[in-house]
Design a protein around this ligand. Structure first.
Ligand SMILES: [Zn+2]
Length: 308
């Protein structure tokens, strides 16, 4: 691109036009993303959520994906946001902060037994953020909703070497507890890193919470016809030995595979045991009829089956 011969006046004029076009394109991205979510295309393509889809398929950074998806969700509840984003009167970061605060406020109200934020309330808050800088808009937001913490990108981001960046807001109470834990663990070769501390805590919690593992793994094959086992009665109870066999075989990750690309979801969060032949259609609780699925893929499959 050669801009050297353009006059300064034309350069600025054209730059403004391009920036306007950029905001228009952003709106298009949000509408396309919404349609992808409505059609659950990210799930059928082997992603556990829209964030992973946006990073892998669209090349967005974790933060860029988070902001676009937050703004898209805000559009769903407050459609007027579209016009304000397009004119630049509302910044993408402000929309992200608003969506995060609305979500937290709704959760807080639900826990307190109160009504959720109404569209009217959300619209009024957004209106008061229009035309303000991101910092001013966030300030307004937390004046209106003082009970919710400052916004944070509570997302996990995949890094190199199979590592993941996890970011969240800690309350003073949590910080105090973590400091106490650090002191209590000071004698256990603990090096002070938060990652080491969380891993130690995870180990302790897992030892306590994990169901007692059976030494014997269940056979992969179904028992011979006529042989009555616990897995053949019509309860949803899955024996621990069967669960262990499935976990081991599936590598403790979601096994959903996109039939077109062959992409395997591989999510390790919120794993559930999914019946290959549905439980409602007499699918047995055997290792060969069970597979690990993340929550979104398990629910999606159930939705698709209900539609058919
Ligand atoms: Zn999955």
């Amino acid at each position: 691109m050669n801009l050297e011969n353009k006059s300064s006046r034309v350069l600025i004029q054209e730059l403004k036009a391009v920036a306007t076009r950029e905001r228009e394109l952003l709106m298009q991205v949000l509408h396309y993303l919404r349609e992808v979510e409505i059609r659950s295309l990210h799930l059928s393509m082997g992603y556990p959520d829209l964030y992973a889809f946006a990073q892998n398929e669209l090349g967005y950074s974790c933060g860029a994906a988070y902001r676009r998806i937050s703004a898209m969700r805000l559009l769903n509840s407050v459609p007027q946001v579209a016009e304000k984003l397009q004119t630049g009167e509302l910044h993408l970061e402000s929309a992200t902060a608003a969506q995060s605060a609305f979500r937290k406020e709704d959760r807080r109200r639900r826990d307190a037994g109160e009504e959720k934020l109404t569209v009217q309330e959300k619209t009024e808050i957004i209106q008061s953020m229009v035309g303000k800088s991101t910092r001013q808009a966030e300030h307004i937001l937390f004046e209106k909703l003082p009970e919710v913490a400052p916004p944070a990108e509570e997302k996990t981001c995949a890094l190199a070497d199979q590592k993941t960046l996890i970011q969240f807001v800690a309350s003073p109470e949590l910080i105090e507890k973590l400091e106490e834990l650090k002191n209590l663990m000071a004698h256990q070769n603990y090096d002070g890193g938060m990652d080491v501390l969380v891993e130690r805590l995870a180990d302790m919690a897992l030892r306590k919470l994990r169901p007692k593992e059976s030494k014997k793994a269940a056979p992969l094959k179904s028992p011979a016809p006529g042989v009555q086992t616990q897995s053949q009665d019509r309860t949803r109870y899955i024996p621990v030995a069967v669960k262990n066999t499935v976990r081991l075989r599936d590598g403790s990750q979601c096994t959903y595979r996109d039939p077109d690309s062959g992409r395997i979801c591989g999510s390790k969060y919120g794993l559930q045991f999914d019946h290959i032949q549905a439980f409602s259609q007499n699918g047995p609780n055997t290792a060969e009829n069970l597979t690990l699925r993340c929550g979104p893929h398990n629910r999606w499959r159930a939705e698709v089956e209900n539609l058919n």
